[in-house]
Design a protein around this ligand. Structure first.
Ligand code: BES
Ligand code: ZN
Length: 481
């Protein structure tokens, strides 16, 4: 690279500091969906604030925005972690500078050693150049790669080519509670001058080739509760006499899809899915994707589709229904002969353009209620949806934000990136775009096999460290637009 030599040298010579920094962040179990971990979600935001104040230039300023409390379905109220809103000014110059807003999340999915991790999930452990730990790739590593990058500018006194804004939250994994309203309220103030948004919270399609992401699925997450008694019952005493909640619930779950799980049976659900075009098919055909490696990573002998086009289309551009668990069900080892009093199934539907969470919810609730009435059960049914996330897709071909990132990837990795969509959700992506009318780029640094949300989540040391370089090059190219 012919530009920013001192920034790149600094990044190369501070590897160990950056890796131990990731260890400190992973050590804070900032699990956003469990009430008991709320103090840690607050702690992680404060930790990042202190780190940025320490390592970035004196032009960095920030505040913690309080989001108040969250109401839980059981009627309780719990405090939300604050959002870090930061700013960093470009170096002195006579020309006006572009402003880039960086978003990232500091909360994580739950993780226990007993889930089957090979190492302690909240203790960063390096094995063969892979840094294992919950949040290593989703999303603490990528957020730290930004901080490493900006620290390099600060410490080498290299003028920053753009102005920066930061929005770091700790509720993303729970649907970004409170953030959408905050973003809306910042439209004419904090977000007024933003020209581009960038988010590093997705993954490459391969383990070696970088990519840019231009689409995400949305999500509608449902709780289906069936209650049959005022307490758990001995199955020997009451079995045969009682309409069991679990039987009703399993019957209901079985009506959601056909027996192969392939087709969602909720009437009208597919009506708003855009037709699959020939152009899309060609795009998918052109991508560098190893179906066999994907199948092996899953650990199955056969996926639903054997060919690349169908596999990718069903991961990215068709909806999918997943059943996540049943709360209240007996899941421990050993034989417990009990009829659970109340069980709550959790399932979600990944949404694609032009499905909307509200519209889908209406169809799902109506269908489940109808199916339940067919059971002719005296039990109590309650269907509840958690805050949804809308799907997002853009055309990267004409977008300067994507062009800058392409140039940066060519410089740092020497290849032209693949342009891909993703099946996961980042709830605030579309909110940024709709509130400001500005372009949002997803610039991943993690590899396809990082295993976000899974046991043994990791980020490769190389990806993490190159991430800082990629971000520096990206800012350089943004300033040239
Ligand atoms: N990093 C993921 C989003 C993601 C997943 C992007 C897979 C690309 C591929 C993000 O942190 C996440 O997991 N989001 C949640 C959001 C949900 C709770 C609305 C998700 O997708 O489950
Ligand atoms: Zn995640």
């Amino acid at each position: 690279m012919s530009f920013l030599p001192s920034v790149f040298n600094y990044l190369d010579s501070h590897e160990e500091e950056f890796v131990s920094r990731l260890g400190e962040a992973v050590a804070i179990p900032s699990v956003s969906q469990e009430k008991a971990f709320r103090p840690q979600t607050v702690a992680i935001v404060e930790h990042f604030k202190a780190l940025m104040e320490q390592q970035l230039s004196s032009s960095f300023s920030c505040r913690l925005h309080d989001l108040g409390t969250e109401d839980f379905p059981d009627g309780s109220k719990v405090g939300l972690p604050p959002v870090l809103l930061g700013e960093l000014k470009a170096g002195e110059s006579s020309e006006p500078k572009k402003t880039v807003c960086i978003y990232g999340h500091l909360d994580v999915q739950p993780a226990l050693l007993s889930d089957g991790w090979s190492t302690e999930p909240f203790k960063l452990t390096e094995v063969d150049g892979k840094l294992f730990g919950r949040g290593s790739t989703d999303d603490k590593g990528p957020v730290l790669a930004w901080i490493n990058c900006l620290q390099a500018f600060a410490k080498t006194e290299t003028p920053l080519p753009v102005n920066l804004k930061f929005i770091f939250e700790a509720m993303e994994e729970a649907g970004s509670t409170g953030l959408h309203e905050l973003v809306g309220s910042l439209k004419d103030t904090f977000l007024k001058d933003v020209d581009y948004f960038v988010i590093s919270d997705s993954y490459w399609l391969s383990t070696t080739k970088p990519c840019l992401t231009y689409g995400l699925r949305g999500n509608a997450y449902f709780y289906v509760e069936v209650e049959c008694a005022k307490k758990d019952l001995h199955s020997g005493v009451y079995g045969g006499a009682v309409h069991e909640a679990m039987v009703d619930l399993v019957a209901l779950l079985a009506t959601l899809t056909d027996a192969t799980g392939q087709h969602i049976l909720v009437p009208g659900l597919m009506d708003t899915v855009r037709p699959f075009t020939t152009e899309e098919r060609h795009t998918l055909e052109s991508l560098d994707f190893d179906e066999a490696a994907f199948c092996k990573e899953v650990g199955t002998s056969r996926l639903r589709f054997a060919d690349k086009v169908n596999l990718l289309a069903h991961r990215w551009r068709y909806p999918a229904l997943s059943i996540h668990g049943i709360q209240g069900a007996f899941h421990g080892s050993g034989a417990k002969t009990v009829i659970p009093q109340k069980v709550v199934a959790k399932f979600s539907i990944r949404l694609v353009p032009d499905q909307e969470p509200e519209e889908v919810t209406g169809k799902v609730v109506k269908y489940l209620e109808e199916q339940f009435s067919r059971l002719n059960s005296p039990n109590r049914l309650r269907v509840h949806r958690q805050k949804g996330s809308r799907p997002w897709v853009v055309d990267p071909a004409t977008d300067g934000n994507f062009q800058a990132a392409k140039n940066a990837i060519k410089d740092v990795y020497g290849v032209e990136p693949d342009l891909i969509r993703e099946g996961g959700s980042i709830p605030v992506t579309l909110t940024f775009q709709e509130v400001t009318g500005k372009s949002v780029l997803l610039l991943p640094i993690g590899a396809a096999d990082d295993g976000a949300h899974s046991q043994n989540e990791k980020i490769d040391r190389k990806n993490y460290l190159n991430g800082g370089k990629l971000f520096a090059a990206y800012l350089h190219y943004i300033s040239k637009l």
